[in-house]
Design a protein around this ligand. Structure first.
Ligand SMILES: Nc1nc2c(ncn2[C@@H]2O[C@H](COP(=O)(O)OP(=O)(O)O)[C@@H](O)[C@H]2O)c(=O)[nH]1
Ligand SMILES: [Mg+2]
Length: 243
């Protein structure tokens, strides 16, 4: 009996296979976390303008959506972030982006320019139609993993912005708030607005980062890219663990 206890047991093949699998997974995870993940935002490419979610690419991989009032500077910000002047169409006339614009970064990573909300000068029926489209994207798109909310620094935190940020937090999503057109204000005013917005959003107790942004000057580009890269990485890491 005692001898049996001390003899090396026959290796259980199932256990061995399990260990082997875990070793391989661990190696991949280690490689993932020690190598710095680089996403080249400059390689962004326009994929499609979808009238609704049924015309979007397959709901897999990961998307980060850009939301904001019409004229907040969404398209300009996308162009600045991707260093690609003509990627998203900018417009002096608010309310031009009524489609869901899709930009591809890699096979499984996309940036989404959502239709702007809160545009006053369109018939109510059209407004409701757009809001419906927006809501459907937010609620049904499973690959949506992060939300960027853009607000003109001179008019921050309107009701619809608040709703959008609250929605992101409630959905368990990280939110990056960009106070756009920061070049329009003096240094002291900028910092004051930044503090006020941060304080107001702290109450939501979500994963919210607030920062200044100017597409004109390039201000805030690097920190914003860092946040987006971290979200993409986090999701890649989670996907590896779930494998
Ligand atoms: N001064 C300044 N103007 C900007 C900035 N970003 C956007 N704009 C202007 O604001 C207007 C609306 O920009 P756009 O990106 O089309 O807004 P969208 O409707 O949110 O996509 C355009 O006339 C832009 O040139 C910025 O950082 N600084
Ligand atoms: Mg636009």
């Amino acid at each position: 009996m005692l001898q049996a206890f001390y003899t090396k047991p026959e290796p259980d093949l199932r256990v061995a296979a399990f260990c082997e699998l875990n070793r391989a997974r661990l190696a991949r995870l280690t490689e993932f976390y020690v190598t710095e993940q680089v996403i080249d935002f400059r390689r962004a490419q326009f994929v499609t303008s979808a009238p609704d979610i049924h015309h979007l690419p397959e709901d897999s991989g990961m998307e980060i959506a850009f939301a904001g009032r019409s004229n907040a500077g969404k398209s300009s910000a996308l162009n600045t972030l991707t260093d690609h002047r003509g990627l998203a169409h900018t417009s002096k006339r608010p309310g031009r982006t009524q489609l869901i614009n899709v930009f591809r970064l890699t096979d499984d990573k996309r940036l989404i320019d959502l239709p702007g909300y809160g545009f006053a000068k369109v018939p109510l029926e059209m407004k409701l139609q757009w809001q419906e489209k927006l809501a459907q994207y937010l609620e049904e798109r499973r690959c949506l993993k992060g939300l960027v909310v853009l607000m003109d620094i001179r008019h921050p935190l309107k009701d619809l912005d608040h709703n959008m940020i609250r929605w992101g937090v409630a959905a368990g999503m990280p939110v990056l708030v960009l106070l756009t057109k920061a070049d329009k204000l003096k240094q002291a005013e900028k910092q004051k607005t930044l503090r006020t917005v941060k304080a107001a959003l702290a109450e939501l107790e979500g994963e919210i980062v607030v920062q200044l942004f100017s597409s004109l000057k390039g201000t805030g580009r690097e920190p914003a890219l860092k946040v987006l890269t971290e979200w993409f990485d986090r999701h890649d890491g989670e996907a590896l663990i779930e494998e």
